[in-house]
Write a protein that binds this ligand. Structure first.
Ligand code: BGC
Length: 492
C-alpha cells in the first residue's frame, strides 16, 4: 500500500512535468515571434503587412491543428498525437530558424502553428484523462499559467539572443524552441497512453495496468466500470448535430462570445507586437523593445498566479467585470498617451509602459484564465469535447483576425501628420553598412480606442451572458440550459 502511494505521486509529478512542457511550448511559440519581428523585418526588408502575414501564418496553422486533433487523437491515441506535435515543434523550430526567405518563414510558422493547435487540445485532454480524479481540476487551471510562463521564457530567450548589430539575431531565437520540443518528445516516449483511450479501443487489460499505476488501488475497478458506462453513452451521442440543438445555443454563444472578447480587446497585439510598441513609444533599439516585452511577460505570469487564488473566491462574474473594466480604462488611457505623445514627450514613454502593464494585469486576472475555464465548464459531459473544441477554435480564429488586422487598423485610424516616426537601423545591402532610416509607424491611438469600445460591448454582453459557475455542480448547469434558464440567473 505504502509503495503504491509513493509510486503514484512520482508518476503524477512526471505527468505534470510533461504537461508543463506542452503548455510551455504553446506559450513559447506564441511569444517568440515578438522579439524576432524587428530583426527579420530588417533582415528581409519586410513591410508591416508582410510581418502580419508571417505572424498570422502561425495562427492559421493553429486553427487547422485544433480542428483535426480531436479526430486524430481518437484514431491514433492521445500519446501518439502529442508525440506527433512534439516532432512538429522540433522540425518547425529548426525550419523557422533556418528559413532563407520570407516565404519559407511563412510556411515554417504555419507548420509550427499546427503543433500549437494540436497541443492546445491534446495536452489538456491527455492530462485530464490520465490524472487521478482528485487532481484533475487543479491541473486544468494550471495550463493557462504554463502558457504565460512559456511566453515569458520566449521573451527571455529572445533577449539573450537579441544583438542590435547582428541582423540574423532572430534565427537562434527560433532555434531555441527545439529544446523544449525535444524535452516533450523524449518525455512522452516514456509516458503511457491514457487508460480511457485504451478502453475505448477495447484494450481493457492494458488500460487496467496503467490505472493500477496511477489510481488508488481501491478505485481501479470502479474507474473501469465508469469508463465502460461512458463509452456506452458516447455511442449514442449525435456528435456535431447535438451541439447545435436549441437548448445548447446559450452555451455555444457563451463559448464563442467569451473567446471573441478575450481576443478583441487586443491582448495579442500587446503579446506579439509589444517590442514594436515600445520602440514606437521611444525606447531605442530592438533590445530595449524586448526588455519592455519581458516586463509584460513577468506581470502576466504574476497576475495569472494571483488569479488562481481569486477565481474560486470572487467567482467568475466579479472577476470578469473588474478585469474588463480595468482593460477598458487602460486602453482608453493608452490611446490618449499616443494621441498626445508629442506634448507628453519623455513622460509619455513611461506612461505608455505603465498603462500596458496595468492592461496586462487586468487581463491576466480575468479574460485570460476565464476564457479557457468557462468553455470547459458550460457544456454537458456528452458534448464537452466538441463544445470545448469550438471554443478553442474560435479563440485561434479571432486571435488570427486581430493579428492580421492590427497594423491595417492603425493605418486606417491615423490622421495625416500624426504618425509616429521611429529611427531604425536598416542594413544596406549595397554598401554593407547600417543606415538609420526614418519609419512612419502610424499612430495606434485609434486602434486602442477601438479595442476599448469593443471592451465596453463586452461588459454589456457579459451582464447578460456570463454565467456564475463558481460552486455550481456541472449537472446543474446542464439542467439550467435544459430549462431555458438565463446565464445570469445560474447562481440563483
Ligand atoms: C489567450 C492567448 C494569450 C494569452 C496571454 C490566453 O488566455 O488565449 O491568446 O496570448 O492568454 O497570456
Amino acid at each position: 500500500m505504502e509503495k503504491q502511494t509513493t509510486y503514484n505521486k512520482n508518476l503524477v509529478v512526471i505527468i505534470a512535468a510533461v504537461a508543463a512542457t506542452g503548455g510551455l511550448l504553446f506559450g513559447f511559440d506564441t511569444g517568440v515571434i515578438s522579439g524576432a519581428i524587428p530583426f527579420f523585418q530588417q533582415d528581409f526588408q519586410l513591410s508591416n503587412s508582410m510581418v502580419e502575414n508571417i505572424t498570422t501564418a502561425g495562427l492559421i496553422g493553429a486553427v487547422i491543428g485544433a480542428m483535426f486533433t480531436g479526430r486524430l487523437s481518437d484514431i491514433f491515441g492521445r500519446r501518439k498525437t502529442i508525440l506527433g506535435a512534439a516532432i512538429i515543434f522540433v522540425v518547425g523550430a529548426a525550419w523557422s530558424g533556418w528559413a532563407p526567405n520570407p516565404t519559407d518563414l511563412i510556411l515554417a510558422r504555419l507548420f509550427i502553428g499546427l503543433a500549437i493547435g494540436i497541443s492546445s487540445f491534446s495536452v489538456p485532454l491527455y492530462i485530464a484523462e490520465i490524472s487521478p480524479t482528485k487532481m484533475r481540476g487543479r491541473l486544468v487551471s494550471l495550463f493557462q499559467l504554463l502558457i504565460t510562463i512559456g511566453i515569458l521564457v520566449s521573451y527571455l530567450s529572445d533577449l539573450a539572443f537579441a544583438n542590435n548589430d547582428v541582423l540574423s539575431s532572430w534565427r537562434p531565437m527560433f532555434y531555441a524552441g527545439m529544446i523544449p520540443g525535444f524535452i516533450l518528445l523524449i518525455g512522452m516516449l516514456f509516458l503511457p497512453e491514457t487508460p480511457r483511450w485504451l478502453m475505448s479501443k477495447g484494450r481493457e487489460e492494458e488500460s487496467r495496468k496503467i490505472l493500477q499505476r496511477i489510481e488508488e488501488p481501491a478505485l481501479v475497478e470502479e474507474s473501469i466500470q465508469r469508463m465502460k458506462q461512458e463509452i456506452e453513452q458516447d455511442k449514442e451521442k449525435a456528435g456535431l448535430r447535438e451541439i447545435f440543438r436549441p437548448w445548447l445555443r446559450t452555451a455555444l454563444i457563451i463559448a464563442v462570445g467569451i473567446m471573441f472578447f478575450q481576443q478583441f480587446v487586443g491582448i495579442n497585439t500587446v503579446i506579439y507586437y509589444s517590442p514594436k510598441i515600445f520602440m514606437i513609444v521611444g525606447f531605442e533599439g530592438a533590445r530595449a523593445g524586448i526588455w519592455g516585452a519581458v516586463s509584460v511577460g513577468v506581470i502576466n505570469v504574476l497576475f495569472t498566479i494571483l488569479s488562481l487564488f481569486m477565481i474560486d473566491r470572487l467567482g467568475r462574474r466579479k472577476l470578469y467585470f473588474i478585469g474588463l473594466s480595468g482593460i477598458v480604462i487602460s486602453l482608453m488611457a493608452l490611446g490618449m498617451v499616443f494621441a498626445f505623445h508629442t506634448a507628453l514627450g519623455d513622460t509619455g514613454k513611461w506612461m505608455a509602459i505603465a498603462f500596458v502593464w496595468i492592461y496586462i494585469a487586468f487581463f491576466a486576472i480575468s479574460l485570460g484564465p476565464l476564457g479557457w475555464l468557462i468553455i470547459s465548464e458550460i457544456f454537458p459531459l456528452r458534448v464537452r469535447g466538441i463544445g470545448t473544441s469550438i471554443g478553442s477554435l474560435s479563440n485561434w480564429f479571432f486571435n488570427g483576425v486581430v493579428a492580421f488586422t492590427f497594423f491595417k487598423i492603425v493605418k486606417l485610424f491615423t490622421a495625416s501628420g500624426t504618425g509616429i516616426i521611429t529611427h531604425e537601423k536598416i542594413y544596406d545591402a549595397t554598401t554593407h553598412t547600417f543606415v538609420t532610416k526614418a519609419i512612419d509607424n502610424g499612430n495606434p491611438a485609434g486602434a486602442f480606442w477601438l479595442y476599448a469600445f469593443i471592451g465596453v460591448l463586452g461588459l454589456i454582453w457579459g451582464y447578460y451572458y456570463l454565467p456564475e459557475t463558481k460552486d455550481v455542480p456541472l449537472e446543474k448547469i446542464e439542467e439550467h440550459w435544459r430549462k431555458g434558464g438565463k446565464p445570469r440567473d445560474l447562481k440563483k
